[in-house]
Design a protein around this ligand. Structure first.
Ligand SMILES: *Cc1c(COP(=O)(O)O)cnc(C)c1O
Length: 409
């Protein structure tokens, strides 16, 4: 195996024998597009005409004033088509699939955001599309299932295991083994076997490229700190990519603290103390597992951060201390969301709000000459059911009850 599959001791490619040829083909195709400037040009053109790139860098003047420290800037990945940074990865892989001459795509999805983005891409490129989703998630994320099906995708409900994201990933790999000649597996984050961690973070690096140029233009120097939430790790690696090795810029990844790091109900792999090294789902990283290697149940108010593993690239940065990891609790996330809506008229996704929490904690200790960037990975409109419940809004509850009654008539 290629040595670039490893990041320090993490990563690798632990795949069934039958998939070796498919992965070799994918690795070759990725090496080709990476060294072909025409690919990146085609990608930029697609993202500026079908999505909303470059996304703006917004100076949050009211929040900056409120905290009285660093100037807070927000990188607006929420303004992408389908409302999150997921579009960057999915559209890039769509172009790759076209080059490889395949006609069908499959994907796993947890919260459904990656599924919706993949279904969108498949519709645009004219690919057949099957999305694997755990039964629990199908029940929790009905609106996303609705849109995937309306865009022509087949959504397969996975009833194995805990019936969530990791089971959906296993099922998608099973499909790939049977259909590898026609099918590409559009992995959703910077995890899984090589070359996915590197490929996904390369496609997401467009965020960091833009942000670096924007902060220099708008603020005159590099930011003191950059905050990004960490699920699988793709949006954080995307924005960090242009700032690694900068002595004056500290990179901060924020994980899901759930009910607290000591509660056993969270999804913090690198900042808590419940994860350990392991090999699962085709790669080596820090997994939330017990001493027998059984995966633990994770919890977060945000479905997109609720995953047992983390990018091997981030595990390496964690070990080398080139990225600092923190966690935000569900309660802190709702407070940060409330403040951001009131002060800026911006609705972060519950995932993104984790990054806001940490930036708000630290902004007051910095000087008004400093800048910090928060990567706003997505928009919160999609979370209206969870957010309304967390705010315990009585008029929303009445609305839901009335809508349900209208269906029963
Ligand atoms: C999927 C998702 C995430 C988590 O994924 P990463 O790979 O860690 O970026 C974060 N924010 C939003 C809005 C998402 O949809």
């Amino acid at each position: 195996m290629d040595s670039t599959a490893y990041f320090g001791q993490w990563g690798g490619s632990f795949i069934p024998e039958v998939l070796h040829e498919t992965f070799r083909h994918l690795e070759r195709a990725f090496a080709e597009i990476k060294s072909d400037p025409a690919f990146w040009q085609e990608y930029i053109t697609l993202m500026s005409t079908y999505s909303c790139r470059p996304t703006p860098l917004t100076h949050a003047e009211n929040l900056s004033q409120h905290f009285g420290g660093a100037q807070i800037y927000i990188k607006r990945e929420d303004l992408n088509h389908t409302g999150a940074h997921k579009a960057n990865n999915v559209m890039g892989q769509g172009l790759l699939v076209k080059r490889m001459g395949k006609t069908r795509v499959i994907a796993e999805t947890g919260a459904g955001q990656h599924g919706v983005a993949t279904a969108t891409m498949a519709a645009k490129f004219g690919f057949d599309c099957t999305i694997y989703m755990g039964e629990e998630d199908v029940a929790r994320q009905r609106p996303n299932v609705f849109w995937m099906e309306k865009m022509g995708a087949t959504v397969v409900t996975v009833r194995d295991g805990s019936r969530t994201l990791k089971d959906a990933i296993n099922e998608a790999f099973r499909d790939w083994v049977t259909n590898m000649d026609t099918t590409h597996y559009v992995f959703g984050t910077a995890c899984g076997p090589a070359p996915f961690p590197e490929m996904v973070s390369w496609l997401q690096s467009i965020i960091g490229q833009e942000a670096r140029e924007q902060i220099l233009r708008q603020h005159g120097r590099l930011p003191a700190r950059i905050y990004a939430c960490v699920g699988g790790g793709s949006n954080s690696l995307g924005i960090f990519s242009s700032f690694f090795g900068e002595a004056d810029t500290e990179l901060v990844g924020v994980e899901a603290g759930g009910h607290g790091l000591d509660s056993g109900q969270h999804a913090s792999r690198l900042c808590g103390h419940d994860a350990s090294p392991g090999v699962a789902q085709g790669y080596k990283t820090m997994f939330l597992q017990n001493s027998d290697g059984q995966m633990l149940d994770t919890h977060s108010v945000s479905a997109g951060l609720d995953y047992i593993g983390v990018s091997p690239i981030l595990a390496d940065h964690w070990e080398k201390k080139t990225v600092r990891f923190e966690a935000a609790t569900d309660r802190e996330v709702i407070e940060a969301l409330d403040l951001t809506m009131k002060k800026e008229g911006i609705i972060p996704a519950l995932e993104s709000a984790h990054a806001f929490v940490q930036a708000f904690k630290e902004a007051p200790e910095l000087s008004p000459d400093d800048a910090v960037i928060i990567n706003m990975s997505g928009r919160g409109d999609k979370d209206i059911f969870t957010i309304a419940q967390a705010f315990d809004d009585p008029s929303w509850k009445d609305f839901i009850i009335q809508r349900a009654a209208a269906y029963q008539k």
